[in-house]
Write a protein that binds this ligand. Structure first.
Ligand code: 5GP
Ligand code: ZN
Length: 141
């Protein structure tokens, strides 16, 4: 895709600090470096977001993110990691080429990354939760 900044990184039309490459994915330092070692794993084909990503390529991206997380975290002196994908504007996606963030974590509250969700359990009763689970249930084929 011509106007995609990550496709330009794949084709080396714009520079990046690459730390991994194989047949299907590359990984490079995120320009924001939310924490030291903040890395993006992206497929080499232009895929907009997780809704366009097939499960085999998703599995490979996650396998690479897993391998790199285990590699990066001790090297940068972190103790934890967040693996994050933002898909669609409403989820905070800013670059529309699928990417998994690897964000090494040093401190729970003050290390440059802050993602949390609210506990809204008080808005649900057991019947509503069962209805939700029944609606979302996926049969294992
Ligand atoms: P999103 O919000 O889409 O999940 O994250 C996009 C990420 O891409 C941001 O963390 C941003 O810092 C990173 N980014 C945007 N442009 C570039 C770039 O040209 N090079 C690199 N290495 N990262 C970029
Ligand atoms: Zn692209």
């Amino acid at each position: 895709m011509n106007d995609c900044i990550f496709c330009k990184i794949i084709s080396n039309d714009i520079p990046s600090y690459k730390i991994y490459e194989d047949e299907h994915v590359i990984a490079f330092l995120d320009i924001s470096q939310a924490t030291p070692g903040h890395t993006l794993v992206i497929p080499k084909v232009h895929i907009r977001d997780i809704f366009e990503l097939d499960e085999h390529l998703a599995a490979h991206c996650f396998a690479v993110a897993t391998k790199l997380a285990k590699h990066i975290v001790p090297l940068v002196g972190a103790t934890g990691v967040n693996i994050v994908n933002n898909s669609h504007e409403v989820a905070g996606q800013a670059v529309f080429h699928f990417h998994a963030h690897i964000v090494p974590r040093f401190d729970a509250t003050n290390d440059g990354y802050n993602a949390h969700w609210h506990n809204n359990m008080h808005e649900y009763n057991q019947e509503q939760l069962q209805t939700l689970a029944t609606t979302l249930y996926v049969a294992n084929k």
